[in-house]
Design a protein around this ligand. Structure first.
Ligand code: GLN
Length: 304
């Protein structure tokens, strides 16, 4: 399989179809991004890298960071985690408050905001400086230092974090939150404000294509069974209330962020990241989803 040719074909087809959406503006600083940016990077299990377009330009990874924090927590707390957060698709927007009330403070899954806040709370209990540990962990997954937190995006989201703060207090009311809400929100917003390029993301996701084993550090990041669980969760919950649609159209585990990124894996073959800032009404990148759909259609193999 000539991956370079494949992603260039996909890149050109998406560019000429040029489907449009709307850049996220509920975090005002995110709205300043150039809407025409578009990049694809693919990394195979030998560590060969293939790229097209803006694949080396760093962007705000936002909710894609939740895969990294879940992985960290998984490797620390093992199965204890699942008493605090469920593993069902939400079918609701990522920041729904109603659902958390209805389900008595146990978030539907670790990728909606309430679930990710529980995960960040667990990391806050464990580490004195959780954001430093999270950054170090992602750098290790990437095989070399790559993490930069965008201070403007972080300040901008912190100024508009009423909903996430409300989710934190709700969780506390149900006794599913150990630390000061404001402290956890700060760490959560900081990890959402991390900037990485498509190539960094594809590299950092490669352990999930490789049964939990790092192709860079040559060590187990999580057990094979936990890697399978993270992939299952990405397949069923990685795109919020559009997870079914993504599974139907693309058929790969993946995670989106409101910065317009999508990171995804074809287990035992490759990891891939796509970025284009314009989103559909569910908060997922229009061009990134189209690119991944074209890509899986062109492959001679599939997950299913
Ligand atoms: N930081 C964003 C938020 O909490 C992440 C949302 C996302 O990427 N879906 O709203």
């Amino acid at each position: 399989m000539d991956y370079q040719q494949l992603i260039e074909e996909v890149y050109n087809e998406v560019k000429s179809a040029n489907p449009r959406g709307k850049v996220a503006d509920y975090i005002p600083e995110l709205a300043r991004v150039d809407p025409d940016k578009f990049g694809i990077a693919l990394v195979d299990l030998e560590g060969n890298t293939f790229g097209a377009g803006d694949f080396e330009v760093p962007f705000s990874i936002q909710s894609i960071s939740k895969v990294f924090t879940l992985t960290m927590v998984a490797s620390i707390f093992k199965d204890k985690l699942w008493s605090r957060v469920n593993v069902e698709p939400s079918g609701d927007p990522f920041n729904s408050i109603a659902q958390l009330e209805f389900e008595k403070g146990i978030p539907r899954n670790p990728f909606i905001n309430a679930g990710a806040l529980v995960i960040t709370d667990a990391l806050t209990s464990k580490f004195d400086d959780p954001i430093a540990e999270i950054s170090k962990f992602i750098d290790e997954l990437n095989g070399e230092a790559c993490i930069k937190i965008n201070q403007e995006v972080m300040d901008s989201e912190l100024k508009h974090s009423e909903r996430n703060t409300a989710l934190g207090y709700f969780l506390k009311a149900y006794d599913n939150f150990e630390n000061k809400v404001e402290d956890v929100i700060k760490t959560y917003v900081a990890h959402c404000s991390i900037e990485m390029s498509c190539v960094d993301l594809a590299r950092s996701f490669s352990f999930l294509a490789n049964d939990g084993y790092s192709i860079y550090g040559k060590r187990e990041i999580v057990s094979e069974s936990f890697a399978r669980r993270i992939n299952s969760l990405m397949l069923t919950c990685g795109f919020y209330d559009e997870a079914g649609e993504f599974a139907f159209r693309v058929g790969l585990p993946g995670k989106s962020g409101v910065g317009g990124g999508v990171a995804s894996v074809m287990p035992h073959k490759f990891s891939i990241a796509v970025w284009s800032p314009e989103l559909n009404e569910k908060g997922n990148s229009v061009k990134s989803i189209m690119a991944l759909e074209l890509l899986t259609n062109k492959l001679k193999f599939s997950l299913f």
